[in-house]
Write a protein that binds this ligand. Sequence first.
Ligand code: GTQ
Ligand code: FE2
Length: 368
Amino acid sequence: MTLSPVSLKALDAPGQPTPSPELDELYRGFERELLVPLWTEIGDLMPTSPRPAAVAHRWRWSELVELAERAGELVPVGRGGERRAIALANPGLGGAPFATPTLWAAIQYLNPREDAPVHRHTQHAFRFVVEGEGVWTVVDGDPVAMRRGDFLLTPGWRFHGHHNQSDTPMAWLDGLDIPFVHATGSAFFELGPDAVEDRSTPVRSRAERLWAHPGLRPVSQPSPAPSSPIAAYRWEHTDAALADQLALEDEGHPGVIEPGHAAVRFTNPTTGGDVMPTIRAEMHRLRAGVRTASRREVGSAVWQVFDGEGVARVAEREWPVGRGDLVVVPSWVPLTFTAGAGLDLFRFSDTPIFERLHADRVEVEQGP
Ligand code: GTQ
Ligand code: FE2
């Protein structure tokens, strides 16, 4: 007898019925009617702990920049393609332009005086700047300067375009929830003007002037908002917060998350929660020589080295990392960083999704 694919597969799986011509006929009936029984699939579908398809991987910033520069020579940016953005494609995800099953991470590149046209979409987005300046991202008409160390938000359904007002090209990291929105069939998209209308170049955006004063909320804005109204979290504030945590540690006071490891989370000042409904973002600072506790959590993350150098260890794999390098961490895979002469790390993850679903879990193991 010729076995159907499902019965062949079932031969290896535990707890399967005895093969027979009648059983094979049953399995052929399943295939014909587009049915699949649980008992042949349960090992894959309901593992005892997460078995993500995505794998850990490291991308070198120098390689990304080199290719982005080349794209800058060969590929125009404009209507249709919308952005000169080149996405990290996780080797476990079949060639899709997805860093993880939920997160998009891309290098975006604008030549001097170039514009990326205005559009809006339901996907939530941010930019993180590891080097350079001179681009303004204009979010719902509010021009926001982009500079090294800044974390900038483009929450879903806000019109946004970018323009390079300088004589040097600029590259930065984009993070979006494109794969999550794709998988759930929840994407909407709309074009705006072909060119950014407000070409002014203020040092601070209107959003920052209204919202980015520590602990001070405008009394005119009492309602909680699903995404943070702060368009840009400036490096000077992030840096000072991390430096103060380590200084407090030196003085014997609490604040760091573990010895020699300072960390801050970017938050929505209207709720105290994450900056956007699907994305968590943090900045970490390790003192020289510090090794973080091994940690794994449900949901996936992308890390980018902002400064310094060290080693990233994800499960059994280990990579040296330096400025701009990116490391992708799949769900439930243990991660440690070891700092060389100090290490500043930007991190984003899909954790808010799992927290909202009460499906979040974290495990921390102290090292030897
Ligand atoms: O800058 O608006 O990397 O819409 C992917 C989609 C960037 C953007 C990306 C986008 C953008
Ligand atoms: Fe966009």
